[in-house]
Structures are given as structure tokens and as C-alpha cells.
Design a protein around this ligand. Structure first.
Ligand SMILES: [Zn+2]
Length: 418
């Protein structure tokens, strides 16, 4: 196996060989570099094959859609569960689903957390809401000092709806919420929930700042799931959520620019890779969800400018068989989505790229000033008296210096309040 160092050595020898043949070639400025023609050796590439988060300003009439989760309920490092981020040239940002594992991909985009405060849920399965806890608490600790706003469907009973789920989400995390609210801006631990009737086709559920978001019923195992469209500046993105093929999607996704719809793995693939019983695999793929052939048929009917398939494990042995299935019924532009795939949408073009991100992202705050916490004390005297003083004393000298460096006043120093 060749090492990286070995490859570098080989590359250096190749460059030296070229220079030996034509020493002038090293002096010529113009070159076809990655991304197009450059005129000097110090110039950046004019175009990029990949998206580096935080380096591109969206035009006033441009959208960027990022897949933050494209996989399944089973956790895997290479693919989180369902989550798509839509960013608009006016600065608005909307999340559609926040499935298990997706918040790490979202964090890798290094967008200030205060701006990631609007989530539209298609339904309440964990592979679509599983990382809500991470965004709720993590976003709060990293600078979202106001409420997380959630939109989601009702269910066939109140207990099956989004409002109930969010109320009980906050109840589940009572200890987390109360203890953080003691120290952090309390509003950041709250939610504003907008529950709407799942059964109304093409209803407006959001209308602000020139952005209109609509919902219509989807069909996944029970009443409740919905699909969404987002319209802005004459462009339309559709996000299907989980659904079998349905009439509402055909009617309301037609002529959209970017249409994101689930495509489930073929039954044989799920039998082989998931060990699902054959009868169950057939039902999961092709009744509760949408198999590749049905996905293609839907796209041929709605004719998007660009179709996106997701909600499958995007491995080579899965992807190509699914692609062949889709191509039997749909010949248009298509992405087989994977995590951190990025689409830029304008009226002129839709491009697909991959984001290049860091694994070591930090939460990005804004300059918003936090309100003080409630100050409520949740630690009893008995537990507080368990403090082992020698270790606290050991950090005194460094904290004294820190207090001086940052101009912390004596009344602000916790050591003076004990
Ligand atoms: Zn799902």
C-alpha cells in the first residue's frame, strides 16, 4: 500500500521530470487549475467543484439546499437520518426534519445557531425528529437565546399531534431545561409550536418575508405525516417526507424546481442487508414507502427541474440497483442524495455539489446579548458540601490571572459568592 508520504515523493519526482524537459513551463502563469483558468500561481480557483460552508454569499434570488441527513432510522456514521436545510438569498433559513444524527452535519456548516430556529417537521418518527434534543439544547448553549419555533402536523387524536409531542419533549427534558434556565437565557429553552391540520391539501402554514410554505397530506403508516413546499421569488422546492405515492404530491409538486422525495431500497436489498423477512420488506419498501420504480414514475409525472432521491443507505451495492430502477420510469435530472450534498437553485440553473466540512466544528454564536438566567438553585446544601476543596484551591492562581485578564469584577466571580 502506498503511503501519503510515498505519493508526495512520487509527485515531486514527476514535477522535477517535467521541469527538466521544459524549465519554462514552471514560469507560465495561465493554467487550467481545478475550477477553470487561472492567470497566476497565487490566484484562487474561479469556480469550485465543492462547497466550502461560510465562503459563498447567496445572490438575492438564489437558494441553497443542504442535505444534513439522508439515511435511515439506524444510526451510521456516514449517513444521518432525514434533515434538509434550505437557505435563501434574503438570509432566511429553514430546517425540514431533524432526524437522528443530523445535528452534527448541521453543525459542520458552522451557521450561527441563533439563525437555525425554524423547523418544519413532516412527521414524528424519530428518524425525522431524533436530533431535536441536540439542536434545542446545543443551539441554546451556543447562542440561540430565543425560542425554537416548530411547525408540524396534527394527528388523528391530540396525543398523535406535534403540539403534544413538543410539550412532552420539554417535559422529558425538564431537568435539562430547568438547570440550564438557571444559568442561560431562559427563552432559549422554550418552544413556539405551530400545529396545523395534517389533512388539508396545499394549505399555507407559513407566509412571511416573501416566503410561502404549504403542506399537504402524505401517506406513511398513519394519519398525520405531511409533505411541504417552499416558494420564494418564483421558485419552488418540495420536500416529501415519508410517504407512499399519493395524489396530493402529484398535484402540488408539479412543476417545482427541486423536488426531494424518499426512495426506499428494493425489497431484496432489505432482505439481504437488513435481514428483514421478505413479506415485511415488500410492505416497507413498496406500500408504506416509495420504491425506486414508483419514485421514477412520480418524478415523470411532476416533472421537476431536478429530482432528489433520499432515505436509503447510499452504498454502491444499493445505489446502482436503485438508480437502474428509477431510470426505468424517469429520465430527468436526478441526485441520489447523500449527507452534505448541496444544491444551489436559481431560475437559470440548479447545481449539485458536495460540501467539504470540518469534523471539528464549534457552535457559532451571534453577538446577541443573552438575558440572565433564572438564578434558581437546584443543588442542595448536602450535595454542595461534597465539594473537595484542594482541587478548587489548585486552580485559584490561574483563575486569579484570568479574572485580571478579562476584567471580571469581584461581585461577578463565583468564588466570592459561595
Ligand atoms: Zn423516515
Amino acid at each position: 500500500m502506498r503511503t501519503f508520504k510515498g505519493l508526495l515523493t512520487a509527485a515531486a519526482i514527476a514535477v522535477a521530470a517535467v521541469l527538466a524537459i521544459n524549465p519554462q513551463s514552471a514560469l507560465i502563469g495561465d493554467a487550467e487549475a481545478a475550477g477553470g483558468l487561472i492567470h497566476s500561481r497565487n490566484q484562487i480557483a474561479p469556480n469550485r467543484y465543492v462547497y466550502y460552508p461560510g465562503t459563498e454569499v447567496l445572490a438575492g434570488d438564489e437558494m441553497r439546499v443542504v442535505a444534513c441527513g439522508t439515511g435511515m432510522p439506524n444510526s451510521r456514521r456516514s449517513q444521518a437520518a432525514s434533515c434538509f436545510l434550505i437557505e435563501l438569498g434574503n438570509g432566511d433559513k429553514f430546517l425540514f426534519d431533524i432526524g437522528t444524527g443530523s445535528s452534527a452535519n448541521l453543525a459542520a456548516l458552522m451557521i450561527p445557531n441563533a439563525w437555525l430556529d425554524k423547523i418544519f417537521l413532516t412527521h414524528l418518527h424519530t428518524d425525522h425528529i431524533g436530533d431535536l434534543d441536540a439542536l434545542w439544547a446545543g443551539g441554546w448553549t451556543a447562542g440561540r437565546f430565543h425560542e425554537l419555533e416548530i411547525w408540524g402536523p396534527s394527528g388523528s387524536t391530540p396525543e398523535m399531534g406535534t403540539k403534544y409531542a413538543m410539550e412532552h419533549f420539554l417535559k422529558t427534558f425538564t431537568w435539562d431545561k430547568e438547570t440550564r434556565q438557571a444559568k442561560l437565557a431562559p427563552r432559549g429553552g422554550e418552544m413556539i409550536v405551530h400545529e396545523f391540520d395534517y389533512s388539508v391539501p396545499n394549505q399555507v402554514v407559513y407566509d412571511k418575508n416573501g416566503v410561502v410554505i404549504r403542506s399537504w397530506p402524505a401517506m406513511d403508516i398513519a394519519d398525520g405525516p405531511v409533505s411541504y413546499s417552499l416558494e420564494w421569488k418564483g421558485m419552488k422546492v418540495v420536500f416529501g417526507g415519508d410517504t407512499g405515492p399519493n395524489k396530493w404530491f402529484i398535484e402540488h409538486a408539479t412543476n417545482a424546481d427541486l423536488v426531494i422525495h424518499e426512495a426506499f431500497m428494493l425489497p431484496e436489498q432489505m432482505v439481504k442487508n437488513y435481514n428483514l423477512p421478505p413479506v415485511a420488506a415488500m410492505m416497507v419498501c413498496c406500500q408504506l414507502h416509495t420504491g425506486p420504480h414508483a419514485f421514477g414514475k412520480i418524478m415523470s409525472a411532476v416533472e421537476p427541474r431536478h429530482a432528489v432521491a433520499y432515505h436509503f443507505f447510499n452504498d454502491p451495492n444499493i445505489r446502482y440497483e436503485m438508480y437502474e430502477g428509477i431510470r426505468q420510469t424517469y429520465q430527468g435530472p436526478l441526485s441520489m442524495a447523500e449527507d452534505l450534498m448541496v444544491w444551489n437553485v436559481t431560475k437559470d440553473a440548479i447545481t449539485e455539489r458536495m460540501a467539504v466540512t470540518t469534523d471539528d466544528a464549534w457552535g457559532v454564536p451571534t453577538l446577541a446579548k443573552p438575558a440572565p438566567g433564572t438564578g434558581k438553585k437546584w443543588m442542595s446544601k448536602e450535595i454542595a458540601e461534597g465539594r473537595w476543596q484542594p482541587a478548587y484551591d489548585a486552580q485559584d492562581a490561574v483563575l486569579d490571572q484570568y479574572v485580571e485578564d478579562f476584567g471580571i469584577k469581584p461581585e461577578q466571580d463565583w468564588r466570592n459568592k459561595q
